[in-house]
Ligand binder design. Structure first.
Ligand SMILES: Cc1cc2nc3c(=O)[nH]c(=O)nc-3n(C[C@H](O)[C@H](O)[C@H](O)COP(=O)(O)OP(=O)(O)OC[C@H]3O[C@@H](n4cnc5c(N)ncnc54)[C@H](O)[C@@H]3O)c2cc1C
Length: 325
C-alpha cells in the first residue's frame, strides 16, 4: 500500500483507511460464489478505482467482534502487537463494485467451506452482520496503491488468467477494458455452474474452464500453454535472453526460476509500469493458487520468453496454508 499522506482540514488521511460496515444483503451467484453487499455510513468516501483494487476484510472474533481492532494511522503496528486471541484475522479480497451514492460495496467471496475465518464468516453472513474493511479512501488525493493491472500503452495483446479467487478481479478488469487490443481471458472455476455472466467489449475472448474435481490448475495450465504457445527457441537457446551467453542479461531479471519456494515465500511479482510490453507486445496478468501461478510463470518466462519484469504474477492463496499477514 502506498505510504504517501495528505492533510485535509488538519486530519492526516492515509491512502487506505478502515471502514466499519455491515452486510446489507447477500446473493448466491453460483454454488461457489457469494456476493456480499456491504453498507456503511462512510462508504460514500470509499474510492472507486476499478480494476483489481484489493482490500482487507477484518473478520470479527467470536465474543469480542471488532472491539479490539485498532483505528487510526498506526493501526497495523498496534494490530500486530495484539495477543493472538485478540487479533482479528485480516484477509485480502477484491472490490467487485462500489456505489458511493448508495454507500454500498460489493465483494465476491469464494466459499471454500469453514476451513478459514473469511470463508466461515461469508458462509454465516446475513443482513446486519458486522465487519470492517480496510480500503482506499477517496479523501486521499491518491494514488492509493493496491492495484496491479497496468498494461503498457504499447501492449498489442492482453492475457488474463486465474482461478476462482481471481474471477472478481478479472471480471472487474474485463468490464472496464477499453480500446481494441485483442484480449484472451481464461478462468478456471470449480464447476460449470460457477460460470458467471461476464460482459465485455468486442475483441475479448473469454473461456471458462470448469475443473470438475480435477486438481487446481489442471484446466488452466494447459489452456494458458495453448493460448501462448512456445516458440521454437526457448530462453536458454536464445542468445539475447540467455544469461550464460549474454553477460548483459541479469538472471534475476529475466528468468532464472530456481528461486521462489511458494510454501515459504509469497509469489508476487508485478510489472514495472514503465516497462515495455513483454514479448511481441504481450502483457499478461496471472493470479490464483500460488503453485499454479508459479507453473504458469515458468512456462511464460522460460518457454515463451516473456520478460518477467513486464508481467503480473500473483499468488492469491496457497493450498494447505492460511493467509499470513
Ligand atoms: C490481491 C488478492 C485478492 C483476492 N481477491 C479475492 C476475492 O475477491 N475473492 C475471494 O474469494 N478470494 C480472494 N482472494 C483470495 C483470498 O484472500 C484467500 O482465498 C484467503 O486465503 C481466504 O481466507 P480464509 O480465511 O477463507 O482462508 P485461510 O485462513 O487463508 O486458509 C485456510 C485454509 O483454506 C485454504 N483456502 C484458502 N482459500 C481457498 C480457496 N479459495 N479455495 C480452497 N481452499 C482455500 C487454505 O489453503 C488453507 O488451507 C484474494 C487474494 C489476494 C492476495
Amino acid at each position: 500500500m502506498a505510504s504517501t499522506r495528505t492533510h485535509t482540514q488538519d486530519v492526516e488521511i492515509q491512502p487506505y483507511t478502515t471502514f466499519h460496515v455491515e452486510v446489507a444483503r447477500t446473493e448466491r451467484l453460483s454454488p461457489n460464489f457469494l456476493r456480499v453487499t456491504f453498507t456503511g455510513d462512510a462508504l460514500d468516501r470509499f474510492a472507486d478505482n476499478g480494476a483489481d483494487q484489493r482490500i482487507k476484510l477484518v473478520v470479527p472474533l467470536p465474543g469480542t467482534g471488532l472491539a479490539d481492532f485498532p483505528d487510526g494511522p498506526d493501526w497495523y503496528g498496534r494490530w500486530r502487537a495484539l495477543p493472538d486471541e485478540r487479533r482479528n484475522p485480516l484477509r485480502t479480497y477484491t472490490v467487485r463494485a462500489v456505489r458511493q451514492d448508495l454507500r454500498e460495496l460489493d465483494v465476491d467471496f469464494v466459499l471454500h467451506g469453514d476451513g478459514g475465518p473469511a470463508s466461515r464468516w461469508a458462509n454465516a453472513a446475513r443482513p446486519g452482520t458486522p465487519a470492517a474493511v480496510v480500503g482506499p479512501d477517496a479523501r486521499h488525493p491518491g494514488p492509493h496503491g493496491g492495484r496491479e493491472w497496468t498494461p503498457p500503452p504499447d501492449a498489442s495483446r492482453l492475457l488474463l488468467a486465474g482461478d476462482e479467487t481471481a474471477v472478481p478481479a478479472i471480471c472487474a478488469i474485463a468490464e472496464s477494458l477499453s480500446g481494441d487490443v485483442p484480449a484472451t481471458i481464461l478462468l478456471e472455476v470449480p464447476q460449470a455452474e460457477d460460470i458467471l455472466d461476464l460482459r465485455t467489449r468486442p475483441g475479448v475472448e473469454i473461456t471458462w474452464l470448469p475443473r470438475d474435481g480435477a486438481a487446481h490448475g489442471d484446466a488452466l495450465i494447459p489452456a494458458v500453454r495453448e493460448a501462448t504457445g512456445a516458440p521454437a527457441r526457448t530462453m536458454a537457446s536464445n542468445p539475447a535472453t540467455n544469461p550464460a551467453v549474454n553477460p548483459a542479461v541479469n538472471p534475476a531479471e529475466t528468468g532464472d526460476l530456481n528461486d521462489i519456494d511458494v510454501d515459504r515465500d509469497l509469489l508476487w511479482e508485478v510489472p514495472d509500469p514503465t516497462a515495455a510490453a513483454a514479448c511481441d507486445g504481450l502483457y499478461a496478468w496471472l493470479a490464483g493458487e500460488a503453485a499454479m501461478v508459479k507453473t504458469l510463470r515458468r512456462h511464460l518466462v522460460q518457454q515463451v520468453g516473456v520478460d518477467r519484469r513486464a508481467v503480473a504474477f500473483m499468488g492469491y492463496w496457497r493450498l494447505g496454508r492460511a493467509e499470513a499477514n
